[in-house]
Design a protein around this ligand. Structure first.
Ligand code: SF4
Length: 234
């Protein structure tokens, strides 16, 4: 039996922590336990999940003070309990463990994080898997948009205009993509006071990323590229 102390809030109510005891086996995950609570003890508990197998990132939450995906976090790995569960930080709260991901999308949009093809781009412009261009971004392209890095980033809390780690990581992959036609427009945003200079390199984003990406590295690479561009080396 493991006790979960779960953050609860709904519009018009006061925040509170409610305790639930859940019968577990060796492989019971945090998500298993929350679903069991919802089905057997408290159907009003709101949480978000979809794939249940560590692919979609929609069950991202803060467990024992750290951002984790609930479906891949076994209770047994967290010690005897109680286990504290709360929603992601730095997102508007909708209810209980469910946050509004709109700011995540807004941050991507703010750095122009959509691919813009060049006018003459072939229909299937390829970047060879073994090429240096691909190797440079390989570690940055598997983002699943879970938002854990944004929750863990203290600078996001200080500056609402700071794009945050996921958006800057995405911008890095596009600035290294020769098929993209929006590099100049994106640079003008990235070198502004609220973007690249705002990161303090604390690395908390990289610490919590479930896909083992390093937004920190992407930001450092963007800064190096920006300096080279400034002095006319690229
Ligand atoms: S960079 Fe990692 S932590 Fe951030 S949104 Fe993408 S997968 Fe999630």
């Amino acid at each position: 039996m493991v006790r979960l102390e779960v953050f609860r809030w709904a519009p018009g109510e006061r925040e509170q922590i409610r305790s639930y005891d859940v019968q577990t086996v060796a492989d019971t995950t945090v998500l298993d336990a929350l679903v069991a609570i919802q089905r057997e003890q408290d159907p009003t508990l709101a949480l978000r999940y979809a794939c249940r197998v560590g692919m979609c990132g929609s069950c991202a939450m803060v467990v024992n003070g750290r951002e984790r995906w609930a479906c891949r976090t076994r209770l047994a790995s967290l010690g005897p309990g109680p286990v504290a569960v709360r929603p992601l930080y730095h997102f508007p709260l909708l209810r209980d463990l469910v946050v509004d991901m709109t700011p995540f999308v807004d941050r991507l949009a703010a750095v122009g994080a959509a691919f813009v093809p060049t006018a003459q781009a072939p229909a299937y412009a390829e970047i060879a898997p073994a090429s240096a261009e691909r190797a440079e971004i390989d570690d940055a392209i598997e983002c699943i948009g879970c938002g854990m890095c944004v929750s863990a980033c203290t600078m996001v809390a200080h500056d609402r205009r700071f794009p945050g780690p996921a958006a800057l990581n995405r911008a890095f992959t596009l600035q290294r993509d020769r098929r993209d036609a929006a590099h100049d427009a994106r640079w003008s945003i990235l070198v502004g006071d609220d973007a690249l200079p705002r990161c303090h390199g604390q690395g908390t984003c990289t610490d919590v990323c479930p896909m083992r990406l390093s937004p920190t590295r992407s930001i450092i690479r963007l800064r190096q590229m920006a300096v080279r561009r400034l002095v006319g080396l690229s």
